[in-house]
Design a protein around this ligand. Structure first.
Ligand SMILES: Cc1cc2nc3c(=O)[nH]c(=O)nc-3n(C[C@H](O)[C@H](O)[C@H](O)COP(=O)(O)OP(=O)(O)OC[C@H]3O[C@@H](n4cnc5c(N)ncnc54)[C@H](O)[C@@H]3O)c2cc1C
Length: 425
């Protein structure tokens, strides 16, 4: 049995802690904030449950993901991703996507031949073997391969929806294909599980196996002796342990690495630029529509996810939870001056799709700049290694660590690999 301190209660830290606790180790999670989940934390208000970040566990049948679900006995709900409920918004109208039921008739593309071409190019895009140059981004691939502007718009919209952030010039084609091909080639369902439930399950596994989660505990330093980690410092107090797992994302990690060898080792990974989107969430007391799960504005860079359709327990019976996103240009990301215009743009879309929505607002939540670094997998992102080379017993997990895949997948991936390395040593 080892004594392990996990710094950070994000997805990466919690999954690592749950696996290690279940395997009989003594685990302490130290979280600087008063809540669980980090960028996937959950807010509950007026009977609605809303995830700040992750909504779905993607690629749940992937071997690594399956083994985590099995080992931790997580009660997942599987749903097929339905392209027929993915709609587009164009010229003030909701229209079907030519990738779903509207395969041959959608007004998003004109002409029979172009519909066939659109489907062909869609399958070419999501099913190609993922052996692109690492520098090939999704945006660049679409520009170089799709010459019909209508089809390019539809495929861009689909890709933006799949990677959740519109940062297509930063998202590598290899990661994109890996994520989406599974859904089509391997007929893999999305997996839904309210993140409130997931966080709760992980917490239960940790505490039921003798572990503890300490809140309001910001780790400020590592204790290192003769090239081996011996513990962490928090609130001026030392906490001794055999191994330390860091879940802090690169920007927070920088503040922790005072040892010159470590600072040197990780220099190239720290201070990666952040990427932001505008998030506008609405809780409605009335179910406004049931025929849309996701709506993408073809021209406006806007996206509505009808969260309660995918995750029924997120809204009380008869209510609806809508998660709106606006993709921001680099200039808009720099400060909050876009905020008013972004809000107006999403509300403009709402007026068309859900006339009278204002009458039913129970509550709303706006985040001018939600950090989506975990989603925007920059083509040349320097992903943190799983383990320090210069300090023994020091590990790194989370979405900026090693692990191909997308969205929260690197959190699960790195957690499993680090738990396996610690269990084997
Ligand atoms: C709008 C949005 C939608 C998303 N949708 C999806 C989705 O549908 N599916 C999906 O899989 N993923 C999705 N994601 C991505 C997913 O949420 C992230 O990949 C994941 O939450 C990142 O987790 P992490 O463990 O790497 O880091 P974090 O969540 O950042 O966790 C790090 C934790 O460490 C703590 N910490 C940092 N420094 C210290 C310190 N010194 N001492 C103590 N604690 C510290 C922080 O407070 C934090 O709790 C979405 C993200 C966003 C923002």
């Amino acid at each position: 049995m080892k004594k392990v301190v996990v710094v950070g209660a994000g997805l990466g830290g919690l999954v690592t802690a749950a696996l290690l606790a279940k395997r009989g180790n003594q685990v302490i999670v130290m979280e600087r904030s008063p809540i669980l989940g980090g960028r996937s934390h959950v807010i509950s208000k007026n009977g609605f449950t809303m995830s700040y970040g992750a909504h779905a566990v993607l690629a749940p049948k992937q071997e690594m993901m399956q083994s985590i679900i099995r080992e931790l006995e997580l009660p997942m709900i599987y749903k097929k991703a339905s392209l027929s409920k993915f709609k587009l918004f164009k010229d003030g109208k909701v229209i079907s996507s030519p990738l779903g039921f509207g395969a041959l008739t959608s007004p998003a593309v004109s002409g029979f031949f172009n519909h066939i071409l659109c489907l062909k190019q869609f399958y070419q895009m999501v099913k190609q073997a993922s052996d692109f140059l690492p520098t090939m981004s999704v945006g660049q691939w679409i520009r170089e391969n799709i010459h019909n502007p209508e089809i390019a718009k539809v495929l861009t919209a689909y890709a933006a929806l799949s990677v959740y952030d519109g940062a297509l010039d930063w998202y590598s084609m290899n990661h994109f294909v890996e994520l989406t091909a599974r859904e089509y080639e391997k007929n893999e369902p999305l997996s839904y599980m309210g993140y409130d439930l997931l966080l709760n399950e992980l917490q239960q596994v940790i505490t039921n196996h003798g572990g503890s989660i300490l809140y309001g505990k910001q780790v400020t330093d590592l204790i290192i002796e003769a090239g081996k980690v011996k513990g962490v410092v928090c609130g001026g107090e030392p906490y001794e342990c055999d191994e330390v797992v860091l879940n802090a994302p690169p920007n927070a990690l920088g503040k922790l690495l005072h040892d010159p060898d470590l600072a040197d080792e990780f220099d190239g990974y720290l201070n990666q630029p952040a990427h932001y989107v505008y998030v506008y969430d609405l809780m409605l007391s009335k179910k406004m529509r049931g025929d849309i799960s996701n709506l993408l504005d073809l021209d406006g860079g806007l996206y509505l996810n009808v969260y309660s359709l995918n995750n029924a327990s997120s809204a009380p019976a008869g209510g609806q939870l809508i998660n709106g996103l606006k993709f921001l240009s680099e200039q808009e990301q720099a400060d909050d001056s876009h905020a008013e215009a972004s809000q107006r743009a999403i509300e403009h879309l709402l007026h068309h799709v859900y006339p009278g929505w204002e009458t039913y607002v129970v509550s709303k939540r706006i985040i001018n700049r939600a950090m989506v670094n975990g989603i925007a997998r920059r083509t040349n992102a320097k992903l943190l290694p799983l383990q320090s080379r210069s300090v023994k017993g020091l590990y790194l997990v989370g979405d900026s660590t090693e692990g191909r895949g997308a969205l929260g997948m690197p959190c699960y991936d790195s957690a499993k690999k680090v738990a396996d390395i610690i269990s084997a040593t």
